[in-house]
Design a protein around this ligand. Structure first.
Ligand code: COA
Length: 172
């Protein structure tokens, strides 16, 4: 079962909505100033071409869904929901560099989490965070997640493939 589509105004003028393959130009513009990876792994680090954006959005349908916090036609934050068996899902997030430190990741994650656990039909959502990523840990705490445990070598560096520990956060 896939999660239902989402389209909601979560703050004045800001919508959080499901992304579709028609949103390729939004991803091209949003990734234009990115030198790292965005949320649609395993796609390359840095700006997306229109073809890569279309490919990412096609791949992110079904068990993987992506969402954007938008102000009109500007993408302020993106979220990935990766469904696992048993009505559970991992969430991930990414904010385009020019829009960081405005609270968009925290705002969107808080809403997406409560929506996932209600209208989205999930019973558990969690985050997997690199111990070095203190910004992401702050977002998790700000959105009401609690640290659960540290799993040795559970995650992989997307570029080198090297395993590393990750911190699991979940919503109580
Ligand atoms: C991590 C990330 C999503 C944060 O997005 P954001 O919209 O800037 O986060 P918020 O504005 O909601 O920040 C919430 C809190 O996180 C902390 N924080 C955010 N960025 C930070 C940074 N670069 N350094 C230290 N703390 C930071 C702060 O405590 C911040 O509160 P403040 O703005 O009052 O200082 C963004 O930096 C990003 O996309 N990074 C690359 C991708 C990534 O790491 N994704 C998470 C993978 S698990």
């Amino acid at each position: 079962m896939t999660v239902p589509p989402l389209d909601a105004e979560i703050a004045p003028g800001l919508r959080l909505r499901t992304l579709t393959p028609d949103d390729a130009s939004l991803l091209v513009e949003a990734t234009a100033t990115e030198t790292g990876r965005a949320v649609w792994g395993p796609y390359p680090a840095g700006p997306y071409t229109p073809a890569q954006a279309r490919e990412a959005l096609h791949a992110w349908s079904g068990d993987q869904t992506s969402f954007a916090l938008v102000d009109g036609s500007v993408l302020l934050a993106a979220f990935g929901l990766m469904r696992e068996p048993g009505d559970t899902a991992e969430l991930a997030y990414w904010v385009p560099p020019p829009h960081r430190r405005h609270g968009y990741a925290t705002l969107g994650l808080r809403f997406l989490t409560s929506w996932s656990l209600s209208a989205g039909g999930l019973r558990r959502v969690w985050l997997e965070i690199d111990p070095a990523n203190t910004a992401s840990q702050s977002v998790a705490g700000g959105a009401g997640f609690r640290y659960e445990n540290r799993i040795r070598d559970h995650c992989r560096n997307p570029d080198s493939g090297a395993p590393h520990d990750c911190l699991i956060y979940s919503k109580p």
